[in-house]
Write a new protein. Sequence first.
Lengths: 440, 319
Amino acid sequence: MSFRKLGLGLAAATMLAGMALPAFAQDSVYVPLFTYRTGPFAGSGTPIADGMHDYLRMLNERDGGIGGVKLVLEECETGYDTKKGVECYEAVKGKNPVVVNPWSTGITLPLIPRASVDKIPILSMAYGLSASARGDIFPWVFNPPATYWDGMSMLIKYIGEKEGGLDKLKGKKIGFLHLDASFGKEPIPLLQELSKELGFEVALYPVAAQDMQNQSSQWLSARRDRPDYMIMWGWGSMNGAAVKEAVRSGYPIDKFYSVWWPGEDDARAGGAGAKGFKMLNWHAVGANFPAIQDIQKHVVDKGLSKAPKDKVGELLYNRGIYNSLLIAEGIAQAQKLTGKKVVTGEDVRRGMENIKLDPARLKALGLEGFTDQLVLSCADHNGHRAAFMQEWDGTKWVKISNPIEPMTDRVKGQLDAAAKDYAEKNAGWPKRSEACDKAS
Amino acid sequence: MIDMLFKVFIEPFLFMVEAPDLLIQTLWEGLVSGVLYALIALGFVLIFKASGVFNFAQGIMVVFAALILVGLYEKGVPAFLALILAALAMLVLAMVVERVVLRPLVNQPDIILFMATFGLTYFLIGFGELIFGGSPREMITDQLFLPQGTTEIDAFGGSIRFQHLDIAAAIIASIMIGLLAVFFSKTRIGRALRAVADSHKAALSVGISLNQIWVIVWFAAGIVALVAGIMWGARSGVSFSLQIIALKALPVLILGGFTSIPGAIIGGLIIGIGEKIGEFYWGPLVGGGVETWLAYVIALLFLLYRPQGLFGEKIIERI
């Protein structure tokens, strides 16, 4: 092939690419979904990926997208691996994504400094850096509806109430079984502060990723330490294995609590002995909502979903729906604020600061009663909403408490200090220059 | 300083004496883990003896075999038929590996074969996820008549819990190890295996079929993987993270030697018991989580005195 032909070929390819790009940019909004359907964390990652995809796909199929603009959905497989997650980010950032969902605290942390530079909002829904709830310091990061620190404070508050008051925790021992990674370590500073303040003892049981299914040592140690309560911060196959080991080791299962990440499969793994296992949650389980029935009609029944039919409505599937609900609301609000149909990452950042998911809005979206209301603002990127406790009855989750508000009085000061500390330690951390909308 | 020395050298032993029930429980847990590590290590040893190759794919073979079993059962195949079909699938895998991976690479440097097993690992991960998906599954424990339940014995002012499944796992793994040890040390195939391990060319020259030996050995490693997958799967579920546990066999191999079946057994027990004892009694001194690396420390300490491993062959190079 001559250089002349090669040159002509390249020129033609460039022209074609140039023609295709504006068509993509003008008619659609690009939403990459970081997922993990493979590897040791696929058990948690797959149903969430299905829920995220199916809700947005339903909007495309039923409504033609959002505000008349189709959503271009593209999954990038991270395998819950930070390196691969950052590679996914680098791969998608040139395609003008309106938001990125890392679905891993480990991936979120290196993306936080990049978000403001690349003008791409990061949505780390109820995970990631707790301190990023401060919108004035982290204008490009959103972690609603509650931080890990909120979650930990809710668990301690609930346990305290079980004991007859927070003061009754004095002298008690609380075991903390956690994945030995950024995610699992995130609430430890707050837990240790609360232990000093309230007088309970903490026993840490880290579980290395390679030992997620080999936890007999941790549960033997728990037998030695005799913690009055166990709190778990697990993910992937760690959760099911922990429930199994708790049952095996004879730990009283009704004293075993978790943050909001186990699913039905994890509880089922413990068999009949898992009855009484408890976890926090903030949204409904089940498919009895008009929006989810639309997913079944427009996506699942048409074979456009990867989810098995019987998994639609399970806890982690609905968690994925909640995540996409936030994305969709961010885009819709951005369209409303800017008057544009095809919005950018900068617009969606503004849109997310104006999210107001009140009961009327949830009803309009076909999700009445699905979750508590959520209002985000320029200053508050989290909402610090209440969660509730649910218990495994042997076959399904049963809600057993009223909303548990986070201990804001104890968490806020530490969260503010952590946010300031982050900005100081990261030299040159930019002061917020993004204007706040009036409504937010 | 004295306080630290006390915590390291005195306190753990005092605690062992004060709470012997917990010591026995820890030893038991270590023993069960150790037997299972030994079983996995045996799969590595068999293939290494036959081909001089460290089979990196042994871990994913554990997952693959267990997923075939559970997957077939979920498709309606009766449990024991699924077990037979899973074993046959491992035979097919052995034949395919011999034909597609090993035969074209005969007499290539060992590192080439090692890298080929890397390729095999990632192929099996992808192929497995394509067929079975990434979600964890429950092992069909009841259907295989594996015992459930617990026997709790009150002793030494406390109690010791024995899971029936663990007892079964230890017995089945021990029988499996014994049978394989006899098969490969007392039979004609075993002698042929040792000949192949010494020299491919010399074995070929005396009429040993290299291809046949490789199929037999990979099939045996596949059966070992299936049994290991059933036992680990019954303990903690079947998922792709089981392949990482299989890498726990590495320190076992360092300790026991890559070519020794007794080494794999003794090494497995030392690592299994050592890591549980270390985590339980000394782990709290450094915030826990020592189990992950302690196995390697134990193996390396042994290597200082026996570089060839406990039962490995001493290599003398003439210069």
